[in-house]
Design a protein around this ligand. Sequence first.
Ligand SMILES: Nc1ncnc2c1ncn2[C@@H]1O[C@H](COP(=O)(O)OP(=O)(O)O)[C@@H](O)[C@H]1O
Ligand SMILES: [Mg+2]
Length: 346
Amino acid sequence: MARTKKPEVKTETLEILDLAAASEASPKVRKPMSDEAKAKISESLRRRKTILSEAVEAINDTPRLKADPKLAVLDGKTVTLNGYFKMEAGTFEIAKHNIEFGVSTMLIGATGTGKTEVVANLAKVFDLPLTIFDMGTMTDPIMGLVGNHVISVEDGVTKSEFKRSRFSEVIQKPGIVLLDEISRAGAMANNLLFPCLDFRRELPMEYSFHDTTPVKIHPNCVFFSTANMGSQYTGTHKLDRALLDRFMLIEVDSIKTKDIEATLKSEFPTVPADKIKKLVSVFTQINKEHEEFKISFNLSLRHLKTITKLVSNGFTIYDGFVVLCKGLGSQEGLKSITSILDEAKV
Ligand SMILES: Nc1ncnc2c1ncn2[C@@H]1O[C@H](COP(=O)(O)OP(=O)(O)O)[C@@H](O)[C@H]1O
Ligand SMILES: [Mg+2]
């Protein structure tokens, strides 16, 4: 005996009769829908349903991407990727999940926190090809994302050919596609990316004169993007809302002092440990004074690596910091820097 009656499942039909009935119900307000309009709605609904079921099918039929556990080593709350890149364990777990399940991810954080490099390291851990598109310098999104017309003359005959973009090629294969610095992309690029990033998973090719069939995105092609955020950069509110909705946002924090030391040591093995300690301590002090509004700029890990490179090539720590900071700040800031350096006795 059945204990409970099964709830009645209402199946949604894609027929437009209801719409037509609705328009007839209030004839004074609405005109009856034309056959052409009905056909258009019906076609668009049918297409939406087909795309959606195709996308679900493709995902179900595709083997899931797998990380190589040897390349991601957990130690306490930190994971080391590829033997050098430190990352917070929780953030790694989410990024890993998102790659496995094809969830588009946006990494946000100040410049130099390792957003671009973390994606490069994740690609290695998953043994996936990585293609980076620098959205900040993509001046023509149609050319960069879709392609362009190439005119050539062969035997005196002029030919126009549509050359597809690298983007349209890589999205058809398994891999990671990084839309770097997406916060600097324009509205046109966003509009082309929307259908790539939502349930449609396809790149519109309307700009091609030849084959305008949209390009289907491979189920194992995973999108990452990075955006510089924080007081000195674009706030999330400045990013297109529709674009934000298509990504899972993950904040990337700067790495801890002890991890910075470990990173510098492995990257610059010729620099002695005491020098590395001093470099990191001056770096930390400068950033602390920046937070206290004493120095107008702050230093990123990228800056610190540049200075360490100078030191590894025989320059003094003092000169390294002064040269770099001179280019970044005012004379006023430089005074604070030299006093930090004097105190550290470098
Ligand atoms: N967690 C980290 N471990 C090792 N190196 C890091 C880490 N985070 C940043 N870096 C280094 O800092 C520099 C800037 O990283 P990058 O990915 O270019 O930053 P972003 O894209 O956030 O501006 C690179 O040289 C990178 O190697
Ligand atoms: Mg970057």
